[in-house]
Design a protein around this ligand. Structure first.
Ligand code: COA
Length: 697
């Protein structure tokens, strides 16, 4: 027999064993056709007296990776996942899940409802719904604790982390790890089950293992800290608590109802938006998806400073041999020690073994000249932010490199067009703007110049992914996207101090909103001398009010350099704990008087709106200029670069949810209060509001 359940699920027969193979690329998501095909397979098993068992496996790169997110938003067509799972649970013959790749979400719930589970050694398992503001709604919550215990299940469900096959076997989730061919191993396994008359084994009939109730309340506190402002992790604890005392069928109904409510919640909409935007951001606007990246097997980094060291570490972690070019042996050996320390950190975190660390470090070559760069495919230039210095490096590189090698600058605000013009092959020039610490931060702003070759752009996107980053392509723009928007928030935060807010009030409003740290606590970490130097560099291009707003200089003059000197916007005790400081209030009051500003009580709402909408307005200009391709790219940049709360979807999504007419009204109000120079609404916002549209169409 070689029956076809439907296009997405093929049914084969091996003796008395039916094998249902799901084939729904790219990740075998549970689309309607897959659900219907699985029901068809269960029908075939039940209707055929000679069929003894059913194996569910998948074609392609992975076992079922969850619900089909593209189907969310429209009414779901029967059979729903819950119906498939009820059929599996009720089935009188054994069904076996045979898993490879990642068995996630609804795919994992299917496996939990099967009698037996078998997987390849590198398979991974998880219930990642919480990361999308959702929770498993088709039995994950009521079944997983029965198999692996309440504490372990709560950890997986409330944080969405995956576990590997060995851990799954140890915890009792898997019955066997298949080291050879998965399908063959599954059929052999199932034959044994049939021969030994072990029959069906329903997870729903297992008792809930005993647990320590104190664990639930401890977990609640931990989750509130770890996932600040997010509802789903807390609801996960509620549901786990509920399932421990509620009969199975009733608990399953409650689980489903809770999940359904979450699907419609604003937090889930925001998180699902980011999930799609993060994948969309990898598609380069205007460049066909089939443009092949250039091969990258050997790289170089010029400049052994903080950024160069972090970038070199990223390359080594991705197993790319690196030549690090510096001006002196002394600076290079200092960099080598720092890079070794970063790799040691990765050993400590369990990311690599000591042997891997040694092998990676051996892939680093140091050089004080450009002579050995002939075999290099790509160079990241990470020398100091001075256009003349960078141009000199570019010219030296062009002489040393192959004609098709890519030169990527790590500049954070210099003009990529000017740099590209300094060499004869501008098509090879791009930007790769890493964020500090480069070996940790996920965001990578890749920069396209007007003459960058399409395959050079495809190369840096592919390379960014290979480095484990989230590469977002941006265009020419001072400070690109992240820092350009940040500078507007920084400006507004400074103005608010002049007008009567305190650093701790502003920080509290922004951390209350969900940012991990407020702008002033952050400035204290960076160091006031650094902030003052950045201000001096921009001084000539500032407005008169910005020039006058010299609170940073006054703090430096008072010896308040930030956390490192024990005082900045805050004062710090010996343990580095910060607290408000009346001396700062005095400096601010004196500053206000000197500037002729009558200071006032400022509401939290005004602080939040001015800080956020100043950024959103700038982002709208960035979109108008084409320096970002899509509003979702800006959301991805802020969620991954500067800790914008993910459950609010990023600044553009947040503004859209607040309503663009409301945003426009607020901008007009602040343009009147603070000045047209700062809050004149971007033409894009005015136009979208007049057309009754939003950022996303
Ligand atoms: N539904 C629909 N499409 C999905 C999907 C889902 N659940 N999961 C992934 N995809 C799509 C992606 O959008 C992407 O499409 P694109 O190439 O058109 O952009 C493609 O599948 C590949 O996904 P990607 O994440 O780029 O591949 P990966 O190999 O890095 O990771 C997974 C694969 C399965 C680990 C990852 O996609 C994932 O975690 N998916 C979500 C799982 C989940 O949350 N399930 C529960 C849903 S309630």
């Amino acid at each position: 027999m070689n029956a076809i359940a439907n296009n997405a699920v093929t049914l084969d027969r091996q003796g008395g064993v039916l094998v249902a193979s799901v084939n729904n690329p790219p990740v075998n998501a549970l689309s309607h056709a897959v659900r219907a095909g699985l029901v068809g397979a269960i029908d075939a098993l039940e209707d055929d007296p000679s069929a003894q068992a059913l194996v569910i496996c998948c074609e392609g790169r992975t076992f079922i990776a969850g619900a089909d997110l593209r189907e969310f938003g429209a009414p779901m067509k029967s059979p729903l996942l819950g119906e498939v799972i009820a059929r599996l649970d009720a089935c009188a013959k054994p069904v076996i899940a045979a898993m490879h790749g990642t068995a996630l979400g609804g795919g994992f719930e299917i496996a939990l409802a099967c009698s037996y589970r078998i997987a390849v050694r590198d398979a991974r398992f998880g219930l990642p719904e919480v990361k999308l503001g959702l929770l498993p709604g088709s039995g994950g919550i009521v079944r997983l604790p029965r198999l692996i215990g309440v504490e372990a299940a709560l950890a997986m469900i409330s944080e969405g982390n995956q576990i590997g096959a060995q851990e799954a076997l140890d915890k009792g989730l898997l019955d066997q790890i298949a080291d050879g061919d998965l399908k063959a191993a599954s059929i052999a396994f199932v034959r044994q089950i049939v021969e030994s008359a072990k029959g069906v084994r329903r997870t729903s009939e297992l008792p809930v293992p005993s647990f320590d109730p104190a664990h639930l309340s401890a977990k609640r506190t931990e989750l509130a800290r770890k996932f600040k402002g997010m509802n789903a992790p807390q609801i996960a604890v509620d549901l786990i608590e509920m399932m421990t005392t509620t009969p199975f069928a009733e608990a399953a109904e409650k689980e489903y109802a809770a999940c359904k409510a979450l699907i419609a919640s604003p937090q889930s909409r925001a998180l699902r938006h980011l999930f799609s935007a993060e994948r969309e951001a990898l598609k380069i606007e205007g460049i066909p998806a089939d443009i092949a990246p250039r091969p990258v097997n050997h790289v170089a980094v010029v400049g052994p400073g903080t950024m160069g060291r972090g970038i070199t570490t990223c390359f080594l972690m991705a197993d790319l041999p690196v030549i690090l070019v510096g001006r002196s042996d002394a600076s290079l050996s200092k960099a080598q020690i720092a890079i070794a320390a970063m790799l040691d950190g990765n050993v400590k975190r369990g990311a690599i073994s000591q042997t891997e660390r040694d092998r990676k470090l051996a892939m680093l070559m140091l050089s004080t000249d450009y002579n050995g760069l002939g075999a290099v495919d790509l160079v990241v230039e990470a020398v100091s932010e001075n256009i003349d210095t960078k141009k000199q490096v570019f010219r030296a590189l062009e002489e040393a490199l192959r004609p098709d090698a890519i030169i990527a600058t790590n500049t954070s605000f210099l003009d990529i067009e000017e740099l590209a013009s300094s060499v004869s092959r501008p098509e090879n020039v791009v930007g790769m703007h890493f964020f500090n610490p480069a070996n940790i931060m996920k965001l990578l702003e890749n920069v396209r110049g007007s003459r960058s070759a399409p395959d050079a752009l495809a190369t840096i996107t592919a390379l960014g992914k290979r480095l484990g980053k989230l590469p977002v392509m941006v265009g020419r723009s001072e400070g690109f996207v992240a820092n350009r928007m940040l500078s507007k928030r920084t400006r507004e935060a400074q103005f608010l101090l002049e007008e009567g807010a305190t650093p701790w009030q502003v920080d509290k409003v922004l951390t209350g909103f969900g940012f991990p740290i407020g702008p002033f606590a952050l400035a204290d970490l960076a160091g006031m001398d650094i902030m003052a130097a950045a201000r001096a560099a921009r001084f000539a291009r500032m407005t008169p009010r910005e020039q006058r707003c010299n609170i940073v200089d006054k703090l430096v003059a008072a010896g308040r350099l930030g956390q490192k000197s024990g005082a900045g916007y805050y004062r710090y005790d010996a343990e580095g704990k910060r607290s408000p400081d009346p001396q700062v209030e005095q400096i601010l009051a004196d500053h206000g008087a000197e500037a002729g500003i009558v200071q006032r009580q400022i509401t939290d709402e005004e602080i939040l709106e001015r800080c956020l909408y100043a950024m959103v307005n700038e982002a709208a200009r960035i979109l108008e200029e084409g320096a970002a391709a899509r509003p979702g790219d800006i959301d991805v940049i802020w969620a991954n670069g500067f800790g914008f709360p993910r459950h609010l979807g990023g600044p553009m999504f947040y503004a859209q949810e607040a309503g663009l007419p409301h945003v426009l009204e607020a901008l007009e109000k602040y343009a009147g209060m603070v000045g047209e120079d700062y809050f004149k609404p971007a033409a894009l916002i005015t136009r979208l509001v007049s057309e009754g549209r939003g950022f996303y169409g």
